[in-house]
Design a protein around this ligand. Structure first.
Ligand code: AMP
Ligand code: ZN
Length: 112
């Protein structure tokens, strides 16, 4: 399968790793949209949050357990935002589920 984030997880494409465990991999976004911009992805390929099922949800649950550790690692003591874009209308450009962690400044209230 031709998937950019699978290639990053496999080490075929370099990335700036922030965190890794059995289920997930976190790395800095190549085009940061905030002072801190990190992506967290499940190691198993899931196309988007719209494809989360009971069967693959363990990996997703694990990501949400990992996120506070990742945020601490990134020094996000004063809060942050988690975003996941889905499909065409959600402007998802990489079709491998990922959660953006954005922070390091006071973010705008505008989410759309
Ligand atoms: P989305 O638009 O929600 O699908 O987010 C995809 C994100 O992946 C964007 O924020 C891109 O900047 C980021 N991205 C694309 N290629 C890479 C890469 N090679 N390394 C790190 N981040 C990337
Ligand atoms: Zn993938």
């Amino acid at each position: 399968m031709d998937c950019l984030f699978c290639a990053i997880i496999n080490g075929d494409i370099p990335s700036k790793k922030v965190y890794e465990d059995e289920y997930c991999y976190a790395f800095l976004d190549i085009n940061p949209q905030a002072p801190v911009h990190c992506l967290v992805v499940p190691k198993a390929h899931i196309s988007s949050a719209d494809d989360i099922t009971k069967e693959n949800s363990t990996a997703v649950a694990n990501i949400f357990v990992a996120i506070p550790k990742i945020a601490a690692e990134l020094g996000l003591k004063n809060g942050y935002r988690i975003v996941s874009n889905i499909g065409e209308d959600g402007c998802q450009s990489v079709k491998h589920l990922h959660f953006h962690i954005l922070g390091g400044t006071k973010l705008t209230e505008n989410m759309a």
